[in-house]
Ligand binder design. Structure first.
Ligand code: ARG
Length: 478
């Protein structure tokens, strides 16, 4: 039985009337409040009923929603005496307040019989994963923790490096991790034979769309309680307490942080005022420049086909390299950004990020491309990289164009091999030198000291150089 307490979100939920109810009218425990008119007449014609799979994905097919039809005169209480629960729902789980309260919400408000949680390790830190695992095991009916760190690196970060992936200057750690997390949730859903998956994203950010895209392309139904129920923080805390879910101490942690191998994002709280200067306490990976060592540090990165394979001559996995470099470059205060970001929905948001390894790797990679790709390739690839980054930011990783761009990028990287020496010093990462067996560079041709390139030939080029512009100028004089 749906409970009515005058709360708008429950009202909406209550107004979910299954089709049999519409057909059967007053039978099976429908009751009516407020008015005495004929009950069935208060159900709006089908034309007024929005597509419920879009508006209320959790409702399922065969259901209708009476949504925003004013005046809503009746409160329908749909007795579910002859129906069963909705089976299993699998949810992406972080262990935070939002996803934790979703566990009881999915049962109480959405009528799922079983809630299965999935925590995906993309490098958010051992402690966070341990908390998610512990809470998932305690509060959900079944819990999975999946270590996808290597997959994250090889399937998402390596392509991002090859594409010089950057959205408005942000290396997209959060954006790149979401499709992978969603994919792991889908895999669990298949294993658990669940038709519905859930996430705890709000309706204002980007993650909802990134998750939904992967879920829907897999043919699953999506429920997003936080987005659909329009809950306040206060209500969530109260509800969590009722369900004995531990509530994080807000005063100590006023920021919303999202962390993985590629970046650490800090938003919310006072940072929502774009004029507010970020306090030092928000940073976890980088030191302020004033506290960075006075001595510069030199490192060498070696790339094979556009991917970093060695640091300081030592071969290591992408994951180890990124993890180590985050520490080394973070110590020098490298890789902070404070920006106004254009979200997918059009909202501008103030974002702070830390991404020491990403800053260094992307700088080295772009530099090596400059040595190994032709001018034409570079110019075209800048366009491709931009589009790739936009699609990656939007989470549209199965958009056919994304695959097409990846094909071009992969092909272009076959000769992006070589070494880059970098200096890390006081918040700056500077390329000191680069070398490549594939470098399109000939010191013999370009050197001041060589005569191999016969300068006389340039006279012929120069004679007609800019000929069109010169003709235009001549015409003006006539
Ligand atoms: N704005 C970034 C993105 O959409 C990062 C958001 C991270 N979320 C957070 N709660 N800090 O990719």
């Amino acid at each position: 039985m749906f409970v009515l307490n005058g709360d708008k979100r429950i009202l909406l939920r209550t107004l979910v009337v299954t089709r049999w109810l519409q057909e059967a009218g007053t039978k099976n425990g429908i009751c009516q409040e407020n008015k005495k008119e004929d009950r069935t007449s208060s159900i709006p014609p089908t034309s007024l009923i929005p597509d419920c799979s879009l508006l209320f994905p959790g409702v399922g097919s065969g259901s209708i929603i009476i949504h925003d039809v004013e005046p809503i005169r009746y409160i329908w209480l749909a007795a579910r005496s002859d129906t069963m629960g909705k089976g299993t729902v699998v949810m992406a789980y972080s262990g935070g307040l939002d996803t934790s309260i979703c566990i009881p919400l999915l049962k109480e408000r959405y009528d799922y019989d079983r809630v299965v949680t999935v925590a995906v390790n993309v490098g958010q830190g051992d402690e966070e994963i341990a908390v998610a695992t512990k809470k998932g095991e305690k509060f959900a009916d079944a819990h999975y923790t999946i270590d996808s760190r290597d997959r994250f690196v090889t399937e998402y970060l390596f392509p991002a490096i090859r594409a010089n992936g950057s959205y408005e200057g942000y290396p997209m750690g959060t954006a790149l991790a979401r499709p992978l997390i969603a994919e792991e949730v889908v895999r669990v859903a298949l294993r658990e034979k669940a038709r519905t998956v859930a996430h705890g994203c709000t309706g204002k950010g980007n993650d909802q769309l990134r998750f939904d895209f992967i879920f829907r392309i897999a043919g699953l139904e999506v429920v997003a309680p936080i987005r659909e129920l329009n809950l306040t923080r206060e209500w969530e805390i109260e509800y969590a307490k009722e369900h004995k879910i531990p509530v994080p101490v807000i005063k100590e942690k006023p920021w919303s942080i999202d962390e993985n191998l590629w970046s650490r994002s800090i938003e919310g709280g006072r940072l929502e005022d774009p004029a507010y200067h970020p306090p030092d306490e928000i940073f976890g990976w980088t030191v302020p420049v004033e506290k960075a060592p006075d001595k510069p540090e030199q490192i060498t990165l070696e790339f094979l086909k556009g991917i970093p394979i060695k640091m300081n001559g030592e071969a290591m996995s992408g994951r180890d390299l990124i993890t180590k470099l985050n520490i080394v470059a973070g110590k020098h205060g490298i890789g902070r950004s404070d920006m106004i970001e254009d979200r997918i929905l059009g909202l501008k948001a103030r974002e702070n990020y830390e991404h020491p390894a990403a800053t260094v790797i992307l700088a080295a990679h772009a530099d090596l491309e400059q040595l190994t790709l032709t001018r034409q390739e570079l110019a075209f690839k800048r366009i491709v990289d931009d589009k790739w980054s936009e699609l990656a930011y939007m989470g549209l990783v199965h958009e056919p164009l994304f695959h097409d761009l990846n094909a071009f990028i992969t092909e272009s990287q076959q000769k992006v091999n070589g070494k880059v020496d970098l200096q890390l010093y006081k918040g700056c990462c500077r390329v000191l030198g680069r070398s490549s067996p594939e470098g399109i560079y000939s010191d013999d041709l370009v050197s001041f000291d060589s005569t191999t390139f016969d300068q006389c030939h340039a006279t012929g080029v120069s004679a007609y150089y800019g000929i069109q512009a010169r003709l235009v100028e001549e015409r003006k004089k006539k």
